[in-house]
Design a protein around this ligand. Sequence first.
Ligand SMILES: [Zn+2]
Length: 177
Amino acid sequence: MTSLNNDKRATHARTMRFEKTPTGCFIPVSHRTNQDGYLYKTWVVDGRTQKEAFHRFIYRAHHDILDWPAGYEIDHICRIRSCCNPDHLRMIGRSEHARYTNTYRYQDRHETARRYWLATKCNGTKLAKRYVVTTSTGCRWIRGWKANPDTYRSGADVSKQKPTFDIASRSIQSASI
Ligand SMILES: [Zn+2]
């Protein structure tokens, strides 16, 4: 890493610019994220080209880690994949990371489905098909929403939602290389 600043080829790199969101995320605006919402950066270190997720590079720099330990990944505590705020990043084991990611994916889908159901009052079968879950899960979701009076206060609920992946996908569209 020390040779990064000395490498002449690295000086051709464009300045990276980030936008700070109200939730404190650092979102890249000068560089495009990949289709999964991650920002990757190519470095030339000691004449060799290396590619690394930029948020991992930031984490390494922040915590003075030269070699990434095998079996560990970065988890975005804020759930925004393009965020590069080191305070929003933590290093966790791969299997634990997968568990977190699945949980949040499920929660995102559950919330989107809830809003769809509030708007359409569709049945469990239709909901299940639309959100790719089993019919019994779709019916269970609806039973849960019907049983919970908070479900009907949709306006207040939605405003409390964190703008998680929306920000990431917007930066994909607006940023350019
Ligand atoms: Zn963040």
